[in-house]
Ligand binder design. Sequence first.
Ligand code: FAD
Ligand code: NAP
Length: 334
Amino acid sequence: MNVQQNTPLKQLNTLAVESVADYFVEVTNIDDAQDSIRFAKQNSLEIKVLGGGSNVVLPDHVKALVLQYGGDGVNVLSENEEYVLVRVEAGVNWHDWVMMSLNHQWYGLENLAYIPGHVGAAPVQNIGAYGVEVKDFIQSVHGVYLESGEVFQLSAEECNFSYRESIFKQRLNNQVLITQVDFKLSKLANVNVSYAPLDVMASKRGQPTPLELANWVVSVRKEKLPDPAILANAGSFFKNPVVSNADFEALQSRFSSVPSYPQMQGVKVPAGWLIDQLGLKGCYFGPVSVHEKQALVLINHGGTGNDIFNAAEIIKKQVKQTYGIELEQEPRMF
Ligand code: FAD
Ligand code: NAP
């Protein structure tokens, strides 16, 4: 266990916020994670868990021990003709794991290609893209409680997954280090091209294989989303709101072209559309701007976590005033 002090975190978050952690440790196994938890207790330190830093807004100064899990093993636990159960350690890069699974002809994660971050963070917000959510492929999640150092295992059902939500943002918020995720993947291809950009490609080129579909997803994303290494960002800054049917009808009577996607409880309205209609694409709020191609993405041009928070608040206020809809921030305040 190598605990560092006064560690700069700018390279470890995709919003490139200049932030310094009092203490930082990378661990690669459960024993070292438990040692770090003991170290934090002995020194009365709070623990904050960081993955790839692609969904967090950091403060200038993190008065805590920042714990990052770097274990990167991938092991098949069992398989039959239809399914494979694979245990993946939390430190594996998410996109690398998606491509590895497809190269093994284990299917299901193709629409989730090219999402930044680590495997350990995927269950936290139940990552999703192009009509697929990771919850449908998670069998269980393993980790360590930060308070006691005890290990835990939660089934997918116990993780309480929903749209960009899980128990790790609710009851277990900031209380665990996830060390491994077990994925149940299919050996039978069943591609999902329901989202328009993929559907358009499929109608031109024919039904893709899962690997082809992942490559389509990569190319669509590269075209539309800014590369954090060039323009610092954390992906979608707001969740898409789901409004009641009655509220949606009222909204539609004022904005007839509002896009909508019916859900079990209400109607999903794309937050990017709401922001775009306010003419905010490309607008700056101090050192933070709204991306020119995708209004849901905020770009940080050297600002602090506070600057980003303030920009988000201004956008939320304008959306609330115009549409009466409360946007919810997606990246986590660290
Ligand atoms: P971090 O940002 O480091 O952490 C996120 C949260 O998870 C924090 O609260 C942290 O404490 C917690 N956490 C991280 N690792 C662990 C762990 N091992 N144990 C316990 N808690 C942990 N998200 C989507 O859902 N869909 C997308 O399509 C998508 N596209 C994106 C595109 C871009 C360009 C960017 C920059 C982001 C995108 N995101 C997307 C958001 C983000 O990539 C995902 O949420 C990702 O899973 C975050 O992973 P991370 O390792 O970077 O987590
Ligand atoms: P898009 O295609 O421009 O669509 C805008 C929004 O409409 C999306 O957010 C999506 O909701 C919703 N949508 C589109 N087609 C839909 C359909 N057939 N059924 C239900 N909802 C539909 O979106 P985009 O910005 O380019 O992103 C493409 C995908 O990648 C989306 O799934 C998005 O969530 C994901 N993504 C996520 C992040 C992040 O940081 N969270 C960043 C980039 C991209 P959903 O978001 O609910 O899918």
